[in-house]
Design a protein around this ligand. Structure first.
Ligand code: NAD
Length: 397
C-alpha cells in the first residue's frame, strides 16, 4: 500500500511504518551520540511508552544504559486498508531495534487505567524481571474509566473566563479563531481524574503491594508550565489543575516509595509537538514561535534530547538534583530563558496570516506533526508500495 498523510483537524489518520521506524532509529542514534548514562536504570517500566516523552524515555533508558524495558501503551494495529497508529509502528520498531541490540523489550497494549492491565504488567515483571528500578508514568489520555466503571473525559478549557484565541489549520496553514467557554466544575474535576496524579498513585500502590519495585526505585511523571501567553488555556485552565494534582500525588508518593528507599519526581518538560500537545487549543501559535526562536538560538530540543538530558544531567547524575521551590526537576529551563520568552510574548498577539511564515516557524511545527506520523522524513521513499500490517508480540496476561 502507498501511504500518504490524511489530516483532519489536529489529527492525522494515517501513519507510515518505514518513516516511524526511521524516526525511532534517529532517536536511538541521538542517545548513542551522547554516550552511556552512568548509573542509569537497568529494569524500567514505561506507562505511555509509544509516543512523545514516554517513547523517548524508553529509548534513553534502553540505549543509554542498556535497560530492559516493559512498555505499556494504547495503540491501534493496522486493519485491512487502514494503517496502524504511529505509536504502534514506533513500538514495533523500538522492540525490533532493542532485540537486535540484545536488550529485553516487551509490550502490553491496552487501557493503563484498568486493574486488569496493571495486574498483567505485574505478572510480566514477576515472570521476566523480578523487579523494576524505574517507573516512568507518561500517559496522556482523553478519557478514563474509573475503578467503579464510570467513564470521565478531560476537557481542554479555561477556568473562570472564556478564552478567545487562534489556532493554525495544518492543511491550509491559515489562522482560525477559537473561542472556548469556561469549564464547568464537573469538567475541571473530570480532567483532574483523567490527567491528574490519581492513576499514578494507583499504579505505584499496586506495584508496591506486589513487591515488584526494587530497592532504590524511582518513579517520574511529566508536567508542563509554559509561557504566560498560554496560561489562560494551559496553566490556569483545566489541564493546569490536573498538573497541579501531579504535584500533590508526587508528595503523597514520598512515604510509600520510601518503603523501598525510593522516591517520586515530577519533571517539568519543554513544550513540544506530540499527539497530546497538538490537541491543546492555542498551542500551535505558541510552539511555532517557540521553535523559531529556539532554533535560531541553537537550544531547540525534541523529546529525545529532553529525556536524555534529564537522565544524564539530573536523575542519574552525581550529586544533588537541581529542584525548584516545588521540588520539581526543570527541563524547561531553556524554554523559560528571558530572551526566549520575550521573543514569544512580543509576537504572540501580532501573528497573522500575512506574517505567520516570517515571524514563526509554523513550517517546522507542521513538519514535526508530519514526522510524528512517519511522514516528511529524509531518506524514506513515500511512493513505495509497502506492507502496513506490522506485528508486535504483545504480553496478554
Ligand atoms: P503522547 O500523546 O505522545 O503519548 C501518550 C502516551 O499515552 C502514548 O504512549 C499512548 O499510547 C498512551 N496512552 C494514552 N491513553 C492510554 C491508556 N488509556 N492506556 C495506556 N496508554 C495510553 O503524549 P506526551 O505529550 O508525550 O505526554 C506524556 C506526558 O508528558 C503527559 O503527562 C504530558 O502532559 C507531559 N508533557 C508533555 C509536553 C508536550 O509539550 N508534549 C510538555 C511537558 C509535559
Amino acid at each position: 500500500m502507498i501511504i500518504k498523510p490524511k489530516i483532519k483537524g489536529f489529527l492525522c489518520t494515517t501513519a507510515h511504518p518505514i518513516g516511524c521506524k526511521q524516526d525511532v532509529r534517529q532517536q536511538i542514534a541521538h542517545v548513542q551520540s551522547q554516550g552511556e548514562i552512568a548509573h542509569g536504570p537497568k529494569k524500567v517500566l514505561v506507562i505511555g511508552a509509544s509516543g512523545g516523552y514516554g517513547l523517548a524515555s524508553r529509548i534513553s533508558a534502553a540505549f543509554g544504559s542498556k535497560a530492559a524495558t516493559i512498555g505499556v501503551f494504547f495503540e491501534r494495529p493496522a486493519v485491512k486498508k487502514r494503517t496502524a497508529s504511529a505509536g504502534w509502528y514506533k513500538s514495533a520498531a523500538f522492540t525490533q531495534f532493542a532485540e537486535e541490540a540484545g536488550l529485553y523489550a516487551k509490550n502490553l497494549n491496552g487501557d493503563a487505567f484498568s486493574e486488569a492491565l496493571k495486574q498483567a504488567t505485574i505478572n510480566l515483571i514477576k515472570q521476566d524481571l523480578g523487579q523494576v528500578d524505574m517507573v516512568i508514568y507518561s500517559l496522556a489520555a482523553p478519557v478514563r474509566t474509573l475503578p467503579d466503571g464510570t467513564v470521565v473525559r478531560s476537557a481542554l478549557k479555561p477556568i473562570g473566563q472564556s478564552f478567545e484565541g487562534a489556532t493554525i489549520d495544518f492543511n491550509s496553514a491559515e489562522l482560525r479563531a477559537i473561542s472556548l467557554d469556561p469549564a464547568s466544575e464537573e469538567e475541571v474535576n473530570d480532567t483532574v481524574k483523567v490527567m491528574g496524579g490519581e492513576d499514578w498513585e494507583l499504579w505505584i500502590a499496586a506495584l508496591l503491594k506486589a513487591g515488584v519495585l526494587a530497592d532504590g526505585c524511582i518513579t517520574t511523571n511529566y508536567t508542563y508550565l509554559g509561557s504566560e501567553a498560554t496560561w489562560p488555556i494551559y496553566h490556569q485552565g483545566t489541564i493546569g489543575k490536573a498538573k497541579e494534582d501531579l504535584g500533590r500525588a508526587a508528595k503523597a508518593l514520598i512515604e510509600p516509595m520510601s518503603t523501598v528507599n525510593g522516591t517520586a519526581y515530577v519533571a517539568v518538560m519543554k513544550g513540544l509537538m506530540t499527539q497530546a500537545a497538538s490537541a491543546i487549543p492555542g498551542m500551535a501559535i505558541y510552539l511555532s514561535l517557540l521553535f523559531k526562536v529556539m532554533k535560531e538560538k541553537g537550544n531547540h530540543e525534541g523529546c529525545i534530547e529532553q529525556t536524555t538530558r534529564l537522565f544524564k544531567t539530573q536523575l542519574f547524575a552525581e550529586g544533588e538534583l537541581n529542584l525548584d521551590e516545588e521540588s520539581r526537576i526543570r527541563m524547561d529551563d531553556w524554554e523559560m530563558l528571558d530572551d526566549i520568552q520575550n521573543f514569544v510574548k512580543e509576537r504572540w498577539s501580532s501573528v497573522s496570516n500575512e506574517n505567520l511564515s516570517e515571524i514563526s516557524d509554523f513550517a517546522g511545527y507542521r513538519q514535526a506533526f508530519l514526522q510524528m506520523h512517519g511522514f516528511d522524513i529524509e531518506g524514506v521513499d513515500y511512493e513505495a508500495d509497502i506492507e502496513q500490517d506490522i506485528p508486535i508480540e504483545l504480553f496478554i496476561g
